[in-house]
Design a protein around this ligand. Structure first.
Ligand SMILES: [Zn+2]
Length: 370
């Protein structure tokens, strides 16, 4: 009961959200390959992109965002062919929560994902979701209350860019609260820990684990003939999404190198527009390399994360990703600077040899010469 009241208050706040509706646009990337790209402005809340791969007989879908009901309606305007396969790029809610909706619409559908999804979704995923359901509406209401007073999150006068971002955040939270609570998890039928080739009539679809980065379960869907890579949150624009415990900053750059080695003609990120060259991916590599190098160079066994944070300088990287945008600056601080340094620090701690034991004082009980 103690947890119910805050939730009811939070839901009451959600009902005051603006009616602005989050959305997406459909882009044709190649014959039969359609990307549903989110059109929300950059913000703290996101829903994911989604891709439809329409073959001669059926459809393969990549990721199941929160807006899956709207995505199914959009797909049905493109084709009446059934969806037989859905690949989840990783276990975060904005990529998996729509699985149940897709299964209801297409009962014969099969789900493909990394094996760790089966472990993460019922544990860490369930805890994250409970936290979002309890906390996100109140946070969105706070952002809106600040905006109504003409202030941003830091109490400074709010800009038009920040105001649009807050409105988008509130709309996405309201949508999340409408579709997520009570939705059952749907775990993968087929798991991929390295590579799987799916032949769909004349089209080859590869599902590849290129290495750990955003999570330990990142999968990339690769269309070798079309040279299109659908990469989930391994790539996120305009600022990478990093989780301190969930991400692997010291390995992320290598996974991105493996992606670029495919020589993709188009990269569909988990969030952000379709990328037509490798420039942004290289920018992400430079960021992760800079963080990893600084953390490893400055690491002293027994060091604290707080001490490490004081030594890591990301000013030039922040400038490169955020420029003068205050929204992007906030995203960089929240989704890169904090968690990425933590992720690299965790890796440095686990790689460092245990500290040597202090020698026992001469003449003590543990002195073997006695
Ligand atoms: Zn994610």
């Amino acid at each position: 009961m103690r947890r119910v009241l805050p939730l009811l208050l939070a839901l009451a706040c959600v009902s005051a959200a603006p009616p602005a509706r989050p959305g997406f646009r459909i882009e044709t990337l190649a014959p039969g390959v359609f990307a549903a790209i989110r059109t929300d402005p950059p913000g703290l809340m996101v829903d994911a992109n989604c891709v439809f791969i329409v073959g001669e007989h059926d459809v393969l879908v990549v990721d199941a965002p929160e807006a899956s009901a709207e995505l199914i309606a959009a797909l049905k305007r493109i084709t009446r062919k059934p969806v037989r396969t859905l690949v989840n790029t990783h276990w975060h809610d904005d990529h998996v929560i729509g699985n149940a909706t897709w299964r209801t619409a297409y009962p014969g559908i099969e789900f493909v994902a990394h094996p760790s999804l089966r472990t993460y979704l019922p544990t860490t995923g369930a805890r994250n979701r409970a936290g979002m359901i309890e906390g996100a509406p109140g946070f969105a209401a706070y952002l809106q209350a600040q905006a109504a007073k003409g202030l941003d999150l830091d109490g400074k006068p709010i800009s038009d860019e920040q105001r649009a971002s807050v409105a988008s955040d509130a709309a996405l939270v309201a949508h999340y609260m409408r579709v997520v609570p009570g939705t059952p998890d749907v775990l993968p039928d087929t798991t991929v820990d390295r590579a799987l080739t799916l032949q769909r009539a004349s089209r080859e679809v590869q599902v590849l684990a290129l290495g750990r980065g955003h999570t330990a379960s990142d999968l990339v869907v690769w269309l070798p003939r079309e040279r299109i890579a659908i990469v989930g949150d391994l790539v996120v624009w305009p600022v990478p999404l990093v989780g301190g415990e969930q991400s692997h900053v010291h390995e992320w750059s290598a996974a991105l190198e493996a992606l670029l080695a495919l020589e993709p003609r188009a990269i569909v990120p988990g969030h952000g527009p379709v990328l037509r060259d490798g420039a942004y991916v290289r920018q992400m590599q430079s960021l992760f390399d800079a963080i990893d190098t600084q953390v490893r160079a400055g690491f002293v066994p027994g060091d604290s994360l707080a001490a490490m944070r004081r030594r890591v300088d990301l000013a030039s990287q922040r400038e490169r990703f955020a420029g003068t945008s205050r929204v992007r600056g906030t995203l960089f601080d929240m989704y890169v600077a904090g968690p990425a340094v933590e992720s690299a620090f965790r890796a440095a701690v686990s790689a460092s040899p245990p500290a040597p034991r202090a020698p026992a004082p001469a003449g003590s009980a543990s002195d073997p010469s006695r």
